[in-house]
Design a protein around this ligand. Sequence first.
Ligand code: HEM
Length: 419
Amino acid sequence: MASLRNLLVTLSMVSLMACFANAQLSPNFYASSCPNLQLIVRNAMREAINRELRLGASILRLFFHDCFVNGCDASILLDDTATFTGEKNAGPNQNSARGFDVIDTIKTRVEAACTGTVSCADILALAARDGVVLLGGPTWAVPLGRRDARTASQSAANSQIPSPFSSLSTLISNFAAKGLNARDMTALSGGHTIGFSQCFTFRSRIYNDTNIAPMFAANRRGVCPASGGDSNLAPLDIQSPNRFGNTYYQNLVSQRGLLHSDQELFNGGSQDALVRLYSTNPTAFSNDFAAAMVRMGNISPLTGTNGEIRRRCRESRPYISQQQVYEAEARTMRKDKAIYDRLVALEKNETLYAKVWEHATLLEEFKAFKPNPELGKMMKMGWRTSVHASSVPLSSKLFSRHDAWCTSSSTTILTTNLP
Ligand code: HEM
């Protein structure tokens, strides 16, 4: 009897753990729903970087700017419309953030392979990692399972993305506000081992700062006049702007950081020792950078039934009318009913063991379950999958049964498996 009870407790725990795991990010999130995802992203990033080396840097920065504004939710990818103001025209992004078309291309290919399954937020996280790898940097397993925001915040982008004119203490507190410590901040700033910066972002440094190598300042004044030429470009890493390595830190040690904020990391303050370490130990930098990228990628993700899976990364799915929901509901009901009837019958069953077992079986059925093709077509036309999940009475009854066992994770199964 005791051993039966132990078995039941174990089964319940396993069942619950499986459910909780759905609510967290995991590198295997799309392993069965989109097995070729990583290959599609890697190949598209390779093509993009072959076309223009800088794109690896631009995509890495997009990911940083996405994560720092209300979490890694692809909010930065939303276009402005007549009625919607997104983040693309916030100060740190306007005429500066780039690479959006690369993400569009990847999303189109991913949609062709696995329709309605992979979020733009996850595509951006993978593309950022691949940009780093393809330019010679470290690799890491990217936790996945983020969903896309339906909204964005220009004011948060203006206030929460760090400025290149910041002091060390401001940079540390900007990152602390996102749950990242000073070591994460210094390692992530190593992203400036690739890419370029516009004159207006480093003008005051090369004309006014005193902690700058004189030859370096003179050289940079050549591309960045005291007035005018605001968008002229200089490499953030004077040694190798297209190769991901630890040379950025060597530049800082020799007072050749391009941005004021870069040189703040090595200016007699708390990060000096770490900058010295990274400048001589590329492995220490690579390991810390990869770990900090995972932590940055974990900032406030939308999971479960929050947010949505966009069809196109530039726009949120349109709302559907209640009338359309009723119509879809009427068509779906017949298919839901068989499963629902079994679940009702299950409720009458008295043994816990049977419930656990049956629950697992039904969960599998749910994974395989597809709504009727007509509904699928409507979803493809832009319906919000979550509206379906939360508005169809039979489905919600089923979900609430699942929720009793599984907290909030079950709706994901239906919404992510729509054709
Ligand atoms: C520490 C605070 C940071 C500040 C103040 C800062 C500031 C800037 C600025 C001003 C630019 C040039 C933009 C332009 O001229 O259009 C830039 C570029 C860039 N940033 Fe940062 N950044 C910071 C942290 C990061 C982090 C954490 C990453 C990634 C992990 C990153 C990756 C990049 C990359 C790759 C570029 C080059 C983009 C391109 O060439 O298109 N930055 N950053």
